[in-house]
Structure formats: C-alpha cells, structure tokens
Design a protein around this ligand. Structure first.
Ligand code: C2E
Ligand code: MG
Ligand code: MG
Length: 639
C-alpha cells in the first residue's frame, strides 16, 4: 500500500480513533462549508497546511499501532512460552466443546500434533465412555458456570494406559457476562495416585494373601458395630485358625507355609460374599466379618454356622498336589461371636471370637465354637489368676504339701511333694488350676526350681532326725523344666546349696515328656541318675509310652494312674490294665506304685496283685509339713 493509500485507509478506519480526531474534524467542517476560506486558494492553503500535519499525525499513529501490535505479540508469545513450559495440560474449549487452544503438554498427553487437535471434540479424540465423562464435567462448567475440580482418566493415543488427571475447569465469560468457553488445567497425577495406592495397600492389606489386614478389619468392624447398633440386625465375627500350621512350617519350610496360606486365603474367599470382609490377622489367623444376618438371633447363628462349616470344608482343598507331604491334612478351628445390641464394641467382639476359637482348639480342632458368657467368665478367671501368679513367688504364697507313700507293710517310705498356692483371696488353689498356666507362660521355671530347692531343703532337714532320715521326696518335674539346657546344673545346685542326699530325691516325669525328644530326655536322665537321683514315671497308662523305649530309660519305678486304681474293684478293664502294668513293671525290674488308693478293699486287691508301694487318701491326704510331722509321730497310718 502507498503512503497516501495507507493514510486514506488509516483515516477511514480511524474514524472513531482519538489520534485521527483532528484531521477528521477538519474534513468534516470543510465538507459542511463552515470554513471561512474560499474553495480555490483556501483549498490549496488548507492542503498545504493540513497535509504535513496529517502525515505527521498518521506516522505517529502508525508507530503507535505497530508498537501496540508488537507489544501484544510479545505478550502472546511470552504467554504461550509460559503455558507451553508448564507441566500441566492447559486448554480452552469453545461452547460447543471444541478445542480452541491447547498448550504443548495437552498435545503431548493426547499424543497428537496441536493442529490435529484444534477444532476437535473429545469424542473425536477419545473413546466414547471417556469422552462422555469429560463432557459431563465440561457441561457443568458451561451450563452452571461453576468451577469443577475432578479426577479424570485419559487414554494416551500412543498406548492404552489410562493416566489419571486432576482437572480444574473454569468458565470463560464474554463481555456481556455470558459463558463463551471453558478453560481447563489438568495435571497428570498417575504416579502420585500409584504411590498413594501402594501406600494404602501396604497400610491396609496383607502383602502375602492380598486380604485386608488387621487395621482395615478393625476399621470395617467399627463401622459394622455402629451399623448394628442402629439397625439391631445381627452381625458375626469368625476367627479362623489353622490347626497345627506350625508343623507345616517346620516340616516343609517357611516358603511352603506361605504358599499354603495364600491357597487358604483363595479357598476361603470362594465362600465369602463380596460385601463381607475376609482378613488375615497374621500368621495362620484369618477373620471373617459377616454383616446383616437379620433380626433373629437363632437365624443369625444358623447362618453363621453354615458359613463356618463351609469354610471348614473349603480349607481342606487348600492342600496342593505339588506339596512334598501331600498326606498332611489341613484343618482349621473357628470361633464365632454374634453381636447386635448397643453394648457391642470392636474390642469385645474381637475378644469373644478369640475365646470361642480357643474353645474350638481345646476341643481338638477341625471344629467350630460359638462364644458364650460362661466361656468369658472362665477366661477372665484364668487371666486374673495368671496375673496373680506372677506375684505368687515374690509374695511367698506358694508352699509344698506332702503325701505319704507306704510299702507293702504300710510303713511310710517316702512322700510326694505337691505344690499349693495360698492365694490371699481364693484360698488354697490346687495345682491343676495353675500349673498348666505356669507351663504356658514359662513361670513354671522359677516355680519348679523353687519346688526342687524347697524339697531338697526338707530332705536335708529330715536327714537330721531318726524317724525321717530314710524318707525320700518325690518331686514332680514339668517337661518345660526338663528341656532347659541348664536343668542338670539347676538340680545339682539345689542339692549343693541344701546339702540334700541325691539318693533321697525322686523325680516324677510324665509319659508325654518321654515322647517329646527321647534322645535328649534319655541323656539328661542318665546324667542325673549318675548323681544317685531316681526317676518314676507318673500317671502311667494315660500316655502312649513305647515299651521298647521304657526299657532303655534309667527308670526306677512306674506310678499307676489313680483313674485306673479307682476302678479296680468295679471295672474289669481297669483291673486288667492295673494287673498288666504290675506284671510289666516286674518284668522290666521297676518298682510299681499305685496312686489314689482310697479304700482298704482297693489296697487289699493291689497287694494281692503284687503292687509294692501305695499312695492315696486311705493312707493320708497331702499335708502341710508340720501336720505331716505330727502324723508320722503318731503313726497315723492304717495297717
Ligand atoms: P500327680 O503328680 O499325679 O499327683 C497326685 C495327685 O493325686 C495329687 O493331686 C494328689 O493330691 C491326688 N491324690 C492323691 N491321693 C488321692 C486319692 O486317694 N484320691 C484322689 N482323688 N486324689 C488323690 P494334686 O495335689 O491336686 O496335684 C495334681 C497334679 O498337679 C499332680 O498330679 C502333678 O501332676 C501336678 N503337680 C503338683 N505339684 C506339682 C509341682 O510341684 N510341680 C509340677 N510340675 N506339677 C505338680
Ligand atoms: Mg506326681
Ligand atoms: Mg500322678
């Protein structure tokens, strides 16, 4: 365009512009004939004066426009550079949801060049479902003018991985206030969500089986407990524990154990409704939380029982063909508790299911038990007893009672030391109530050594008096004590510090001990025998001793269990067992003691059948030390 042409066009376009205001006013005034100059000279003069003015003004205006355009372009470029370098997708969509602007990141994440995206809709770019999802949010922005923050999935054109974007969508308004477009800013949060997801899985799921862990179970149990309080509908908590899983770990290795646990998890899952929660608490303990078992307690119990039975039969299938010991049976025990009332809480439900599980275990396993209140009372009793037992030794609450043993002439030849616990509130607690507890929590070790030392001290004391010097004391030894590596040293120590004669000490062991680790047991018995200590096998007949094995042990005698002695007169089977035991003991060269002799008739029968030593209420109940002394002095023993 020539300068003049550019000027004329500029004058035309600038009719509304402030810079062109002066020349336009001059032209307009001339056209109206309002100027005082004549058209000939006047026009020339006007031209001579005005043209340079107009040229100068026009040039200034042009410079200004160029500068303005320059500034705008620079601004736009700057903005584009910024938007393209941002690690987020930024785009503008028109009212009909076509892309009007996209930054580089958007093109990159869609996987197409910018030009092939502009003007397209999401339906042209993504699969229909995804596009419909995106449109839903877009329309909320366009129709309601609201800002939408949403998580959206995009499939890359380059592959089929869905990436997750956190999108903020805003309306863009026209000058009149109407919504003309929307602007979106989407950040790829796929990695962040993956990390969050794996963090969540680590926190709430068991890595081995993929099942919810204790934490998630407790969360869900908390919700179900709250729900049942409102609805009064029953829910059930089932504790599932594999029987003898330890054996699998020990015989087949931890790896096999882990594989078995995974298979058990899969088998259990097959029985479980999707709405229920099957969790792994740890080791071989699984828990099933069943909610909504209805309003009727009996129906709820039936339903829970049916599920438990199915679980028990499913677990059998967890045994895999490739197991090295395919004959090893896999069974489980299940404890069940139901809850529905306002008193239910997470802790109680967990405790009750666990108590019921212990009952199922105690019943021999491969079975189920429901929790009931008596069970709870028993357990509470045991727990409080156990807590007190920790203090018993320190508070000097334990004592030994002694029960006489007599020979065939009814002369007292020794005593059995029997422990008693003088509980400050409960009175005299019999050993059957606390010895099994002490064995479980290993308190039997200090208690057992205390018994040993007290009995040895008694022996040393009796050795000083004529009427007691020849008595022996039989002390019951738990297998837990026996398996301590320092057991021999401990016994020696007790003998040394008290000065007791080892030949007057008899250790009573049970058949179960002999079966645990025969080689080790034999070695210990031999070492102690060398010191002069004798061994008696207690409760004979209740275990499964191998006769061949008995022969190889340095045993001094057998004690026939009182349950058989009790029946010798009425029950021919008991009589036969006692008779056989006496014959067996004779043939093995062992002394035989009958315990639990309560009557003269029993005593006579046993004498006639060759029994040599007798112990029982008929000859005297277990006595405190001082009473025993009196009894011995008065020769209280029946003849
Ligand atoms: P045990 O060693 O078989 O002791 C015999 C049990 O039979 C004693 O029960 C005794 O009081 C009871 N008894 C004796 N004569 C008769 C009778 O004529 N009729 C009846 N019905 N019972 C009779 P106790 O004292 O209650 O001891 C029970 C068990 O506790 C003992 O059985 C023994 O296994 C264990 N025990 C006792 N003291 C100790 C101890 O110091 N250490 C260990 N580890 N266990 C002990
Ligand atoms: Mg005994
Ligand atoms: Mg016994």
């Amino acid at each position: 365009m020539s300068n003049t042409g550019w000027l004329v066009s500029m004058c035309r376009t600038a009719s509304a512009g402030a810079v062109a205001g002066l020349p336009m006013a001059v032209f307009a005034a001339a056209g109206n004939g309002e100027l005082p100059l004549s058209p000939g000279w006047g026009g020339l003069a006007l031209t001579v004066v005005l043209v340079p003015v107009l040229i100068v003004a026009g040039l200034a205006y042009r410079r200004r426009l160029t500068k303005e355009a320059e500034r705008l372009r620079a601004g736009r470029e700057e903005l584009a550079t910024i938007l393209d370098s941002v690690d987020a997708c930024i785009y503008v969509k028109s009212a009909d949801l076509r892309y009007q602007y996209i930054n580089h990141k958007t093109a990159q994440s869609i996987g197409l060049p910018v030009d092939s995206i502009l003007g397209k809709t999401d339906f042209d770019l993504f699969d229909t479902n995804m596009a419909a999802d995106l449109r839903f949010n877009d329309q909320r922005v366009l129709q309601q003018g609201e800002k939408v923050v949403a998580e959206e999935g995009h499939v890359l054109a380059t592959g089929d991985t869905i990436r997750t974007y956190l999108s903020i969508k805003l309306p863009l308004h026209a000058a009149d206030g109407s919504i003309r477009a929307l602007c979106g800013i989407s950040t790829d949060v796929t990695e962040y969500r993956d990390i969050q997801e794996s963090k969540y899985r680590l926190t709430y799921y068991d890595p081995l089986t993929g099942l919810p862990n204790r934490r998630l179970l407790l969360d869900r149990l908390g919700m179900v407990v709250k729900g049942t309080r409102r609805s009064e509908r029953y829910a059930a908590l089932l504790f599932i524990d594999l029987d003898d899983f330890k054996v699998v770990n020990e015989t087949q290795g931890l790896y096999s154990g882990d594989r078995l646990l995974s298979r058990v998890a899969r088998c259990l899952e097959e029985v479980v409704r999707e709405s229920d929660t099957l969790a792994r608490l740890g080791a071989d303990e699984f828990v099933l939380l069943i909610h909504d078992l209805g309003l009727d307690v009996e129906q709820a119990a039936h339903a829970a029982e049916r599920v438990a039975e199915k679980l028990l039969s499913q677990i059998v299938n967890a045994r895999a063909e490739e197991d090295r010991l395919p004959t090893l049976p896999i069974t489980a025990s299940i404890g069940i508790t139901l809850f529905a009332d306002g008193d239910a809480n997470v802790e109680t439900a967990m405790r009750q299911a666990d108590i019921a599980l212990q009952q199922a275990k105690a019943a021999g396993g491969n079975t189920l038990r429901f929790f009931n209140a008596e069970m709870q009372a028993d357990v509470m009793e045991r727990v409080s007893l156990e807590a007190d037992l920790h203090q018993a030794l320190a508070r000097d609450e334990l004592c030994l009672h002694y029960q006489v043993q007599v020979d065939s002439r009814a002369s007292v030849i020794g005593v059995e030391a029997l422990i008693r616990w003088n509980h400050p509130k409960r009175g005299l607690v019999p050993p059957m109530l606390f010895i099994p507890l002490a064995e479980k929590n290993r308190l039997i070790l200090p208690i057992g050594y205390w018994v040993l030392e007290t009995a040895c001290r008694q022996l040393a004391e009796w050795a000083k008096e004529r009427d007691t010097e020849s008595l022996y004391i039989a002390v019951n030894v738990s297998s837990v004590q026996f398996h301590q590596t320092d057991f021999v040293a401990r016994v020696q120590h007790a003998l040394e510090v008290t000065g007791a004669d080892p030949a007057r000490l008899v250790l009573e062991v049970t058949e179960s001990l002999l079966m645990e680790d025969p080689q080790w047991v034999r070695e210990i018995m031999l070492r102690l025998s060398k010191l002069g200590i004798r061994f008696a096998l207690d409760d004979f007949g209740t275990g499964f001793s191998s006769l061949n094995y008995l022969k190889r042990l340095p045993l001094h005698g057998l004690k026939i269990d009182k349950s058989f002695v009790n029946g010798v007169l009425e029950d021919p089977v008991d009589a036969a067992i006692v008779n056989t035991t006496i014959t067996l003991a004779e043939s093995l060269g062992l002394e035989v003691t009958a315990e639990g002799v309560e009557s003269e008739a029993q005593h006579r029968w046993l004498l006639e059948h060759g029994c040599q030593v007798f112990q029982g209420y008929y000859f005297g109940r277990p006595q405190a030390r001082d009473n025993l002394k009196l009894m011995l002095a008065e020769s209280f023993i029946p003849t």
